[in-house]
Ligand binder design. Sequence first.
Ligand code: C5P
Length: 405
Amino acid sequence: MTVNRRHIVLGIGGGIAAYKAAELTRALMEREISVQVVMTRAAQEFVRPLTFAALTARKVITSMFAGSSEDTLASAVEHIRVAQEAEALVVAPATADLMAKFANGLADDFLSTMYLAFTGPVVIAPAMNTNMWTHPATRRNLETLRGRGHVIVEPGEGFLACGMVGPGRLAEIERITAAVLSVLERRRDLAGETVLVTAGPTEEPLDPVRFLSNRSSGKMGYAIAEAAAARGARVILVSGPVHLCPPPGVTTVNVQTAEQMRAAVKAHFEDATIVIKAAAVADYRVADPAPQKIKKGEGGLTLRLEPNPDILSELGRMKGNRLLVGFAAETGDPLPEARRKLESKNCDMIVGNRVDRAFGSDDNEVVLALRTGEAVELPRASKREVADRIFDHLLKLRAALPATK
Ligand code: C5P
């Protein structure tokens, strides 16, 4: 494989649409993409591997242990090597079974094992009988895969091999090819950027066991960190206390209080080219936290609160040419507040969302207030998809804006 040639893995599932994967292979190769084909056992019942070997001039991978007659380490870890070499994993046709395996992390053949080992972008083009496509189990698996940021090229409607007419037919080859090209383009578009993200709530102690905090889950900030890493950025994630796994390839700095978050953000600010403050920082902290556990008394308890530093405002005063993004979580229409914060905190973008539609949820529905004066309403989507749209608009902003203050 030459270094500049784009390289993908095409996983072919066992459905009648497997024959269309030959056309897809050609279409991708015509666009200068080299293709490593992996076929499931069922796919080989529909089309012979020889078809794809001839098209790609490469050995087709047909099973976990095929070709490993030599008991070498190389053959035992081939799925890892194949995963590392690919810039994208494209699965077409994706059967209901493959989607279920991916969604649940089953790894009982080469394709599903490689899927788990693969950290890059995934494009899934399902094809199946209408009833299988609309089954609640498939819908749930589809949402899980979408939530991971995979691009789903929805099947079209039409005459199906089973005799039914309805949704389930593999999307047109041109649509799948376009999705692969856009994913490959996007994959590189944050290369060279250092993205600093904050996420989650902060906890402000009252005493060694109690604290003041809020309901932020951290999911939006983690989705932003994951999207940035997937698009080639170096990512530093400063996280308040949350119940989430750090995304792969991201440097995570764990903090508890707003003061600690401020120190961590400032320590990495110099290097950052894009700063996204998705954290729900506590506005107040307890002025004099007790060194010992506060004992229950007869009467009430009065806490004296003092304001925390507004980290985002501080960054706004020293932003230079960095792109600076804040969040506005509101109980009513977020746009007026988002616009006000854009000015007062000197940001390039404020992501406005409604507390009742965002906190704790896997989805989000946001409006972007941009430095150009525009407002962009994004349709409700998974937080991972929203994260990608935020970066799409940030890159457009960078191109449109003169070097900022
Ligand atoms: O002013 P408000 O708290 O509504 O603004 C929210 C935005 O400001 C978020 O991006 C949040 O991360 C940031 N913020 C901050 N420091 C604070 C309070 C909020 O950086 N003390």
